[in-house]
Design a protein. Structure first.
Length: 198
């Protein structure tokens, strides 16, 4: 019998209230954060990562999307950590390139249990659309990596358009996360010389 790799996270602060479910092995994608561009990026993460993602966030996004983006990243990271469990049998490593027109991004993931983000992506514009700061892309990936216990390297190799840059990063990240979280080894063995990923 295959163990389900699903986690549900509820997170409430004075700034946001989040209900999130993640299925590492697929499912529907339902995203409603109050930040349309962020919804678009989370949809891309689910589709290209082949994850089931349901997230509803209520908060102060009308003032500034920062809290919504960071807090959803925290909750999604917590869900990845819970759904991965002890990480036995997973591929552990994943990497991918993704282009979007002139933009090209590379993301490398290690389900190491050690939280770390290297974000080498100089965004070509300060804002995406009217109210989404390009710097929020890094905030999201840092929150996800730290709370999931992942080592993540993000490199934006080229871009002239910030929307294209962000979307290429999210798509490459989705593909890398998919590969890193696949069941590909001995389900009783953690892929580490230490015998533990933490």
């Amino acid at each position: 019998m295959t163990t389900l790799r699903i986690a549900t996270i509820a997170r409430k602060t004075n700034e946001t209230e989040i209900a999130l479910t993640l299925d590492l092995d697929g499912g529907d994608i339902e995203v409603e954060t109050g930040v349309p561009f962020f919804d678009h990026m989370l949809d891309a993460l689910g589709r290209h990562g082949r994850f089931g993602i349901a997230v509803r966030c209520r908060g102060d996004a009308m003032m500034d999307p920062h809290h919504t983006v960071e807090d959803v990243g925290i909750a999604l990271g917590q869900a990845f950590k819970a759904a991965l469990g002890d990480r036995a049998g997973v591929a552990r490593y994943g990497h991918a390139y993704a282009p979007l027109d002139e933009a090209l991004a590379r993301v490398v993931v290690d389900c190491s249990g050690r939280p770390f983000l290297l974000f080498a992506a100089e965004m070509p514009e300060s804002a995406i659309g009217r109210d989404f700061a390009a710097s929020l892309v890094e905030e999201f990936w840092r929150a996800l990596a730290v709370n999931a216990g992942l080592t993540v390297h993000v490199d934006l190799l080229r871009a002239r358009n910030a929307h294209h840059a962000a979307e290429a990063i999210f798509k490459a990240g989705a593909l890398a996360l998919h590969h890193a979280t696949r069941r590909s080894g001995d389900p009783a063995r953690v892929p580490s010389t230490k015998g533990v990923l933490a």
